[in-house]
Design a protein around this ligand. Structure first.
Ligand SMILES: C[S@@+](CC[C@H](N)C(=O)[O-])C[C@H]1O[C@@H](n2cnc3c(N)ncnc32)[C@H](O)[C@@H]1O
Length: 258
């Protein structure tokens, strides 16, 4: 299942939140969102998820179980302000090297400042580039991680095939993303929180509700657990599995390049 489809006039379209836009226009709109929110991104993450994103990210790193050896190389795509890469380096006893790749220089600037404060810069490289066109040779990384990033990428299937290309044989793909809630009461509470509270908090904290409206809408447009697992398999990955967190509010998908 692909997120891109042909419109009535024959062009390719994809969803930008609840709107359909030409596939070529989505990235510019997404970039505006993250340029606007970059400085407040970390605080808004805590507010929007009531702190839960920290537990989900910690669980992702436990699942990855990074090797504690020099030469272990991870690519964290859509790495933003560095949350995943910092956790990987720390979990490897500062042995692993993580490349934080993001299309948005404003997010990377915040990430590089945080890395300096945490004294993790020696184990990190920041690269401004597109998940759909990774500037790395094939078979370069032991693991590819992406957290809350892939739903923002216009051509998800292209990003997944790039992930497959740059991983070494035996390498691991881990995708953490908002997903479909599968608990009857939680889904109502979650809808009310997402569509009423989050844009209001966004406006109060950043002065602008629109980026947060996009973020909650984009979550609802993302393929559910089964459909996304099928996309990962189609990209060539083996042993594809997923684990729901907090009733499916988030899910961790895993695949291997074997
Ligand atoms: C919600 S943030 C996630 C940041 C971080 N991974 C985290 O979990 O806190 C989404 C990130 O995806 C990035 N992004 C969007 N489209 C991208 C693309 N095509 N290639 C690389 N990064 C992209 C955005 O710039 C933004 O930093």
């Amino acid at each position: 299942m692909s997120d891109s489809r042909t419109s009535a006039d024959g062009g390719m379209e994809t969803s930008y939140g609840f709107r359909e836009v030409p596939t070529g226009e989505k990235q510019g709109l997404v970039n505006e969102v993250f340029h606007k929110v970059a400085k407040r991104y970390d605080i808004m993450n805590d507010v929007m998820s009531m702190g839960m994103h920290r537990a989900w990210k910690d669980a992702m790193i436990v699942s990855l179980n990074p090797r504690k050896e020099r030469g272990y190389k991870v690519l964290d795509v859509a790495g933003g302000t560095g949350d995943i890469a910092f956790r990987i380096v720390e979990a490897s006893n500062r042995q692993a090297h993580a490349t934080v790749l993001d299309i948005n220089g404003s997010m990377l600037t915040v990430g590089a400042e945080r890395a300096k404060k945490k004294k993790l810069s020696d184990n990190l490289t920041f690269v401004e580039a597109n998940a759909e066109e990774l500037p790395f040779e094939a078979n370069s990384f032991d693991a590819y991680t992406i957290a809350f990033g892939i739903r923002n990428v216009p051509r998800i299937e292209v990003a997944l095939s790039e992930a497959y290309r740059v991983l070494k044989r035996g390498g691991r793909l881990l995708v953490l993303e908002f997903s479909e809630v599968d608990l009857p009461i939680l889904d109502k509470v979650y809808d009310a929180w997402s569509f009423n509270a989050i844009p209001k908090f966004g406006k109060a904290i950043t002065g602008d509700a629109e980026p947060y409206q996009y973020l909650v809408e984009s979550i609802r447009k993302f393929p559910n657990q089964e459909n996304f697992a099928a996309m990962i398999s189609t990209a060539g990955f083996s042993r594809v599995t997923y684990t729901n967190y907090t009733g499916g509010i988030a899910a961790l998908h895993s695949g291997w390049k074997l």
